[in-house]
Design a protein around this ligand. Structure first.
Ligand SMILES: NC(=O)c1ccc[n+]([C@@H]2O[C@H](COP(=O)([O-])OP(=O)(O)OC[C@H]3O[C@@H](n4cnc5c(N)ncnc54)[C@H](O)[C@@H]3O)[C@@H](O)[C@H]2O)c1
Ligand SMILES: [Zn+2]
Length: 665
């Protein structure tokens, strides 16, 4: 036997065993990342040596198995796995292949990848008929009685559900229930479960449904399969399933390009830890079901979907102390100071603890042995405590009551996770942070000025707020550390040039809490000048589309502070753009106010992007899919027939590019 052949055999053997540990015993011995690395290695060897291919190889099969404890059911539609990637490059390669293989424009649905056990539910006449595990993909265990104990699984449906269909999802065990379950086990002298995923999967395979009922499981749905379904895209299918009564998480979005996909990935890589259940990545799917059908499946997974997995590696170490950091908005972040530990190739000494709730939820205490995880390049996080090692004399953590930087008493508004230091104008890290935000790339984008220099300028007493930047003289900055004549000139020029930056970005740069880029855009378009915005009441603000109570309150509060008003007056006097320019103003109307548009197909005179801007500039709204609320479908060439049919069905007015341009000119 050649060494390659031997290597392949060993890998297959090992992977079969790991699959068994994971799916059948629910007791994995290696991390998912390690598993995927081994699988990829095998994949590579098999691709290089097609003569050694074997249809029973772990690369060719969905990993699970059926058990003897339940009736075996053959799936009407095979249950596949997902191709996965751990890098943006892989994802981009996938997108390129998709674009090449697909007819017309491709949109993507981005969903979270819930980490639990896959399940297939069949409904007939609006009632749950049966529930089957994925098993080996071809057949699975019938566990209907266990599934019926999950409260979020509807037993009867509402609305216009099809007569018969299958819906797939993931059974998960939310963190809170998991922690509770483990606390009970520890109390009873039992070994705590390793992680929510395997516990969820194990719970489904319990023989006694009343035992399953004690597990606080949840079922999140993501895919509807059947004939003559009342939708033509993945995104619509999610909306429909929600209407019928299924629990379909709201986080999913429709992205018209990979840029949107990328933003979703970046956001959830960080924020997924705020979700009540575990996720291990994002699933990106070609949205159009017709395109999905054309793309089809490989032996193991659909070609039209890709899982982007967040990399996580875990280590155990000691929590030595908790300190508190103050952000630019005054938000307090608790930081865990750890006994240094090697993780994902770096030494980790600190980890984020998010907020007071998180500390309480995980019951994290100084002196504990804690599990630390690192996903990609993001700061590590504490994900749990090894309760077996807890010192009997330890006490629950008391959260900070005062700002560590300025001693001001912290406040926490109702319904908010974060504590804040309210001393916005006197608290040093808030002062520096606000100016750093002001000059950042997406805000004023001041060339020649970086975050460190800002900190230095504040420290030297040269600036106290962002308006002071415009008063800076070359002679003042020259004596600063590492500041040469040329860089001083660049800095001053950069600041002067920022006076050209458009109003919406200036508004974002001001750093009003909750006013991010998109909200700033909306507010700028609606109010047109900073003065109008400053005068706006809470009521006026919430009447603006997509502006909620929290944002409105924050805006009103910002302009109530005299110091903020003064700063804005000074910015005005320096010539910073605090109103929409004349040219831009000319293009803005409210001609389309109250109308919702869907754009489809290819256009002759304007690009889709321009079309979208025209609609928004004229007060209209653009959405991705047609519903009863859609007023107009702007139809270009090569528009999907399904969209047309849908529009005709719900009575949306279908207009051409020229019709539309007529409307706005
Ligand atoms: N550690 C181990 O020993 C070990 C062993 C075997 C498998 N594993 C892990 O399991 C993975 C393979 O398992 P898999 O085949 O179930 O693949 P997977 O879990 O990576 O992806 C496929 C599954 O994702 C689920 N999913 C969650 N959210 C979804 C959504 N929004 N849309 C569609 N599907 C969604 C579905 O249940 C689907 O079956 C490996 O990548 C590995 O990480 C680990
Ligand atoms: Zn403070």
């Amino acid at each position: 036997m050649s060494t390659t052949e031997q290597q392949i055999n060993e890998l297959r053997l090992a992977l079969h065993q790991h699959n068994y540990n994971y799916y059948t015993l629910d007791k994995p011995e290696i991390s998912d990342y390690e598993f995927d690395q081994l699988l990829e290695k095998l994949q590579e060897l098999e691709t290089a040596h097609p003569e050694l291919m074997d249809e029973n190889s772990p690369t060719q099969r969905v990993g699970g198995a059926i058990t003897k404890n339940f009736p075996t059911i053959v799936h009407e539609n095979r249950m596949y796995s997902l191709a996965n990637s751990y890098s943006k490059e892989d994802l981009e390669d996938w997108e390129k292949r998709i674009e090449k293989l697909s007819d017309g424009e491709v949109e993507y649905t981005c969903e979270l990848k819930y980490d639990g056990a896959s399940i297939s539910l069949t409904y007939e006449n609006g009632e749950l008929l049966r529930a089957v595990t994925r098993g080996d993909g071809n057949q699975g265990d019938e566990i209907t009685n266990n599934i019926k104990t999950i409260k979020s699984v509807p037993l009867k449906l509402k609305g216009d559900y099809p007569q018969k269909f299958e819906i797939r999802g993931e059974v998960v065990l939310p963190y809170e229930g998991f922690a509770q379950l483990n606390a009970e086990r520890v109390e009873n002298g039992e070994e705590p479960y390793a992680n929510p995923r395997n516990t969820a999967s194990g719970s489904l395979k319990l023989q006694d449904s009343s035992e399953t009922a004690k597990r606080p499981l949840d079922c999140l749905l993501y895919s509807v399969i059947g004939e003559d379904l009342p939708f033509t895209s993945q995104f619509e299918s999610l909306q429909k399933a929600r209407e019928w009564g299924f629990k379909v998480p709201q986080e999913a979005i429709l992205a018209s390009s990979m840029q949107g996909v990328d933003e979703f990935l970046q956001y959830w890589d960080i924020h997924r830890h705020e979700l009540p259940y575990e996720t291990d990545g994002v699933v990106i799917k070609v949205n159009n079901l017709r395109q999905q059908e054309e793309l089809g499946f490989t032996s193991k997974a659909p070609r039209w979907a890709m899982a982007y997995k967040f990399k996580t590696e875990q280590e155990e170490t000691i929590l030595e102390s908790i300190t508190y950091q103050v952000g630019r908005t005054g938000a307090i972040t608790p930081v865990a100071n750890l006994k240094p530990v090697q993780l994902a190739g770096t030494t980790v000494k600190r980890a984020s603890l998010h907020n007071a709730d998180q500390i309480e939820k995980l019951d994290i205490r100084v002196g504990d042995a804690v599990y630390v995880e690192k996903g990609g390049e993001i700061i590590p996080k504490i994900v749990g405590v090894n309760f077996n090692k807890r010192d009997a004399s330890s006490n629950p953590t008391q959260y900070a009551t005062n700002c560590p930087e300025c001693e001001t008493e912290l406040v926490r508004q109702e319904g908010e996770a974060q504590h804040y230091c309210p001393n916005a104008t006197g608290c040093p890290p808030q002062i520096v942070g606000r100016i750093q935000h002001f000059i950042s790339r997406k805000a004023m984008d001041i060339e020649g000025l970086g975050g460190e220099t800002v900190a230095l300028l504040v420290k030297e007493g040269l600036i106290e707020n962002y308006a002071d930047l415009y008063d800076l003289k070359k002679e003042e900055v020259l004596p600063l550390e590492r500041m040469a004549e040329k860089s001083a000139i660049n800095l001053i020029n950069g600041i002067q040039q920022s006076k050209e930056v458009v109003f919406e970005r200036v508004l974002f740069a001001l750093g009003i809490r909750y006013v991010g880029e998109t909200v700033a855009k909306k507010l700028a378009k609606y109010f047109k000048t900073i003065d109008a915005l400053a005068e706006a009441s809470q009521e006026t603000l919430v009447n603006v589309e997509e502006i909620g109570e929290k944002i409105a309150e924050s805006v009103v509060h910002f302009f109530e502070v005299e110091e903020n008003r003064n700063t804005i007056e000074r910015l005005k006097s320096f010539g910073v753009q605090l109103a929409i320019s004349e040219e831009e103003l000319e293009g803005l109307t409210d001609k389309l106010q109250g109308n919702t548009f869907v754009i489809s197909g290819v256009f002759q005179k304007v690009s889709r992007k321009e079309l979208k801007k025209l609609i928004e500039d004229n007060g209209g709204k653009v959405t991705g899919s047609i519903s009863a609320k859609t007023n107009y479908l702007v139809a270009g060439e090569n528009m999907g027939p399904s969209k047309l049919a849908k529009a005709e069905k719900v009575g949306t007015q279908i207009i051409s590019e020229d019709d539309f341009l007529e409307m706005v000119h």
